[in-house]
Design a protein around this ligand. Structure first.
Ligand SMILES: [Mg+2]
Length: 222
């Protein structure tokens, strides 16, 4: 889950060569929060330290943050301030999703991998450090807004096949629209969120990384 983005200029896709990636190999574009990293758990732990509860009962992050014993969530502005504070100070503490790092390492033997996150710009250094600390040396791009346009611009540079992995249906739909040649996979790491996250038959939904790795591998194999 992520905050709805405010209007800002689109992020331009870098050249694959500038990221050290081949224009002839397959390309896998993968999200961080709820795909490589346990965002909901990390954000919930951060909120608990600040004296708030994250109640995962609906698919709406800013309607899920409460003062203890309150029946009404915090205001949108209060929730946004906590979300921003988390990315400013604590997003480097989230845990990797079980199996994700090893799967990305194996996929990287046969495909280029780009990590595409909609984390706020001020989280960039912490996010890069988090990826490296967990052995993920693949290039990171911080995006804003729906991920279809930038993904299309990335996968359009390679003659290889491509795959896109994200938890959020709007991003998956956006990629299906802008890069219809790209195989789309939905992965929701948080077990509480799994039953709440909207899905679509347009995208394969695979919440287990071992199974996801095999499906992505098959999708991008030449
Ligand atoms: Mg995500």
């Amino acid at each position: 889950m992520a905050a709805p983005s405010e209007p800002s200029p689109a992020v331009q896709a870098p050249a694959l060569a500038s990221l050290g990636l081949s224009t002839e190999r397959p390309l896998v574009v993968v999200d961080v929060d709820e795909v490589l990293g346990l965002f909901m758990k990390g954000f919930g732990d951060f909120l608990a330290e600040q004296g708030f509860d994250l109640r995962v009962e609906r698919y709406a992050l800013f309607e899920s943050i409460f003062r203890p014993e309150a029946t009404q969530p915090l205001s949108r502005a209060e929730g946004q301030a906590l979300y921003d504070a988390f990315f400013r100070t604590a997003c480097g503490r989230i845990e990797p999703v079980p199996g994700a790092v090893e799967a990305i390492e194996r996929l990287s033997r046969h495909a280029g991998v780009v990590i595409l996150s909609n984390a706020p710009a001020e989280a960039e250094a912490a996010r890069r450090e988090w990826l490296l600390r967990h052995g993920l040396r693949q290039p990171l791009i911080l995006n804003r807004g729906l991920k279809g346009p930038i993904t299309a611009a990335l996968v359009g540079q390679t003659t290889g096949r491509s795959a896109f992995i994200d938890d959020i249906l709007a991003n998956l739909d956006s990629v299906a629209e802008h890069a219809p040649q790209t195989a789309t996979f939905q992965h929701v790491a948080d077990e509480r969120l799994r039953r709440l996250a909207p899905t679509s038959p347009r995208h394969r939904r695979i919440d287990d990384w071992a199974e996801l790795e095999a499906a992505v591998e098959e999708a991008v194999r030449a």
